[in-house]
Design a protein around this ligand. Structure first.
Ligand code: ADP
Length: 395
């Protein structure tokens, strides 16, 4: 059966320390749509891959110097490369299929190679490559689209709000109170939309891996106090108290520096603002209490969330409310994006998803405990660093 690729040629890299084997591969795969590069060592293969990534690699396992497993592992570790399917070629009894697949190879073929099997496997890997490339292309297009959409939505919304504000201020002559109220409602709705658009843009920045942290030493008590101060008036409008709880002290008393972590102040403030904002939104009476603490232990659920939970000390910011609470089923899904709980309050279901991503980028995680009708407690856990380990931007 001829290769099923009509458009363009496919670059195949064959790697084997035996010239006879390379000649055999070239002969079997002789076809106008295949352009084959042959090299005799793992080092040469890596150089070719760096310079012009092929569409498929046929890789001998046993080679002097870098063997096929090592070459496979190096290629998979290089995140700047596109996905390149790798077919390991091995003598019958010498190598481990498990080791090869675990290193990141896609297929295995035994020597002496069966002519039809080799051709079929190459075709199959080229199909795999094509579908992965198409997927990557779609993701790039989606990200471009979201970036454009969010930008194009933000600009007119901000402009409309400016104009509405001028109307409210009678800049174009006096207008009735009802009209001012209507303008105020439109501004609020526009702000909600702006908020969603901004959060969506942030989520995509994280998804696309374009998010880098600006790291400095952050004192979580000071950060939490700043958020409480900012949002307490919003809570007061609903007759809900929003206040700091007692800073959790251990024995001997916790030195203030234990609440310092290494992180991105603005991003962490976004997380705590989201948690406190939600607590206020979902609480109609009672209070929202923000407590900061530190200790060596993580709750088991959080330990499972953080794959490499190895810090000696963890600093946590707990936001407890006396609000509507969250059912266990909803607790399991509210960190997924666009997922909201079963309640009829305005929102877009992106805030917690973004907050969890930011927490994880800092080596931490957010956990929740809640009882319906009694309230919820969202806790952000972050690994602490001792002052000596903190590398501030200014230092
Ligand atoms: P949004 O609040 O915009 O819907 P979030 O991602 O911030 O989006 O929250 C997702 C969902 O989690 C909310 O819709 C709500 O159902 C639930 N939730 C979050 N915080 C609380 C809270 N403090 N009390 C009750 N439910 C909450």
């Amino acid at each position: 059966m001829p290769p099923d690729f009509s458009q363009g040629s496919h670059h195949i890299l064959a790697v084997d320390d035996s010239p006879d084997n390379l000649f055999l591969i070239e002969t079997i795969l002789d076809h106008p749509s295949y352009q084959i590069t042959c090299v005799a060592s793992g080092q040469e293969a890596l150089a070719v891959v760096e310079q012009s990534p092929p569409d498929v690699i046929l890789l001998d396992v046993m080679m002097p110097g870098l063997d096929g497993y090592a070459v496979t592992a190096r290629i998979r570790q290089n995140s700047s490369l596109p996905y390149i399917p790798i077919l390991l070629i091995t003598a019958h009894d010498q190598s481990s299929l498990v080791q090869g697949l675990d290193a990141g190879a896609d297929e295995f073929i035994r020597k002496p190679v069966d002519v039809n099997e080799l051709k079929a496997r190459v075709r199959s890997l080229l199909r795999l490559k094509r579908s992965i490339d198409a997927q990557a292309h779609m993701i790039r297009q989606r990200d471009d689209f979201v970036a454009r959409l969010t930008h194009d939505l933000r600009t007119p919304l901000v402009a409309a709000n400016r104009m509405l504000k001028l109307c409210q201020d009678d800049a174009f002559g006096p207008i009735p109170v009802e009209a001012k109220q209507a303008a105020g409602n439109i501004i609020d709705n526009n702000n909600n939309l702006l908020n969603m658009v901004n959060t969506l843009l942030e989520v995509y920045r994280h998804e696309a891996g374009h998010k880098s942290l600006t790291v400095s030493s952050v004192n979580l008590v000071e950060l939490a106090e700043a958020v409480v101060q900012e949002l307490a008036p919003v809570a007061a409008e609903k007759q809900v108290d929003c206040l700091m709880g007692p800073t959790a002290e251990s024995t001997p008393p916790t030195p203030p520096s234990v609440f310092d972590i290494e992180g991105d102040y603005l991003e962490l403030r976004r997380v705590v603002t989201n948690l406190v904002g939600n607590a206020i939104k979902f609480t109609d009476q009672g209070r929202v209490t923000v407590t900061v603490g530190a200790g060596p232990e993580l709750p088991p659920a959080i330990q499972a969330e953080i794959a490499s939970a190895k810090a000696d000390t963890w600093v946590w910011v707990a936001v407890a409310d006396t609000g509507i609470g969250i059912t266990p089923e909803d607790q399991a899904k509210i960190f997924q994006w666009f997922r909201q709980g079963n309640q009829a309050r305005a929102g877009h279901g992106l805030g917690l998803h973004l907050a969890q991503r930011i927490a994880k980028l800092h080596g931490g995680a957010i956990g929740v405990t809640s009882a319906v009708g009694q309230g919820s407690c969202f806790t952000l856990y972050l690994p602490a660093v001792t002052p000596a380990e903190i590398t501030t931007e200014s230092s």
